[in-house]
Design a binder for this molecule. Structure first.
Ligand SMILES: [Zn+2]
Length: 151
């Protein structure tokens, strides 16, 4: 299961009561993207929550796809965000803390860890393939990406 299926809204019950409606706990569930992040109920949220909801919408839902926000871009951008935190040297616990501060989201550190492990394995497979193909420049690039994640 994709890591974005394991990202949850912090204070979910409190937010649902501020919005006077219910939506799923999963941040990337279709109804959560529609109800919480689409902007309609924003005026009902307290300031701190509203800022983070707006940040999330700006950072992950700003594409022009017709199917927005159900086009897959939010999930892809969030995966990129997780990898960037890892490249900055953060471990799973710190990554969970940062996503809480940035967007009022949480995940289980174990799920973040398995996501990072599988990202590294994917890069290792790509590196091996490029090597077999004789594409040594590509292999070196992949190796550099991987080193950014495992240090
Ligand atoms: Zn899109």
């Amino acid at each position: 299961m994709a890591v974005t299926n394991k990202i949850y809204i912090k204070n979910h019950r409190q937010l649902a009561s501020q919005l006077e409606t219910s939506f799923p706990k999963g941040a990337f569930k279709g109804a959560t993207l529609d109800i919480l992040f689409s902007g309609e109920g924003l005026s009902k949220l307290d300031d701190a929550t509203r800022d983070r909801v707006l940040d999330f919408a700006e950072d992950f839902m700003d594409c022009d796809c017709q199917a927005n926000p159900h086009c897959g871009c939010p999930e892809r951008k969030f995966v990129r965000y997780l990898l960037e935190l890892r490249e900055q040297g953060l471990g799973p616990d710190a990554i969970v803390d940062v996503m809480g501060d940035d967007y009022m989201l949480y995940a289980y550190p174990g799920d973040v860890l398995s996501f990072l492990d599988s990202a590294v394995r994917t890069l290792e497979a790509a590196e091996a393939l490029a090597d077999v193909d004789g594409q040594h420049d590509a292999a070196r690039e992949v190796l550099a990406l991987k080193q950014g994640l495992v240090r």
